[in-house]
Design a binder for this molecule. Structure first.
Ligand code: AMP
Length: 209
């Protein structure tokens, strides 16, 4: 199954994707995570995108599309994938349709107030990318990832100014994809407001699993 996870930052796409990997046995491909690894490795790509990402803006379409095209060509993505954070613009969606045919687009539906609450408390493992929250999903030791022992940190783009910018960018450039995919008959809505286990249930129901 080829799935896209669509929704504002902080909707819980990454957290749900980690659960969906176990349920569906598909690779989780997150463009944000790929960019963050590139930044950590100080690769050419990482150095190019760091300032844009820290400011809450989008990386340019051409570079992002190329990255996803190469990733989806790899062996593990042939039976299906969970694409999280891509496409984020109509041109990205158009480009994707030329090299892969998506089965379903899962729209994580959540109001801005919940998004702000979630992003304010979000913490991420620098090593494995697991997501935590200082209230809703608190690791025993706030600095150490219980899954891999990596360092838990706050993303630079989870600072308040960047969060506002990301929400603005989401509304202007990404939210139009909801109608775009609804018109194609591919969209399924999932109520993303409850705690994660309930969202998993909503997700399974929406996909008929
Ligand atoms: P995420 O982890 O999905 O919240 O992505 C973090 C940041 O990476 C975003 O705020 C963007 O700056 C960048 N990014 C991730 N995916 C894309 C994309 N499809 N197009 C452009 N920029 C992206």
């Amino acid at each position: 199954m080829k799935l896209i996870f669509l929704g504002p930052p902080g909707a819980g796409k990454g957290t749900l994707a980690a659960k969906a990997v176990d349920i569906l046995k598909l690779p989780h491909i997150s463009t944000g995570a790929i960019f963050r690894s590139a930044i950590a490795a100080q690769s050419t790509l990482g150095l190019k995108v760091k300032a844009v990402i820290d400011a809450g803006k989008l990386v340019d379409d051409a570079a992002t599309i190329e990255l996803v095209k190469e990733r989806l060509a790899q062996a593990d993505a042939q039976a299906g994938y969970i694409l999280d954070g891509f496409p984020r613009t109509i041109p990205q969606a158009e480009a994707l349709s030329a090299f892969s045919s998506v089965d379903k687009v899962v729209n994580f539906d959540i109001p801005d107030s919940s998004v702000l609450e979630r992003l304010g408390g979000r913490r991420v493992c620098r090593k494995c990318g697991a997501n935590y929250h200082i209230v809703f999903n608190k690791p025993k030791n706030e600095k150490v990832c219980p899954a891999c022992g990596g360092e838990i940190y706050t993303r630079d783009d989870d600072r308040e100014e960047a969060v506002q910018k990301r929400l603005e960018v989401y509304r202007a450039q990404t939210a139009p994809l909801i109608d775009y995919y609804r018109k194609k008959g591919l969209l399924v809505d999932v109520d993303a407001r409850p705690l994660v286990d309930e969202v998993v249930g909503n997700f399974k129901k929406a996909l008929g699993l």
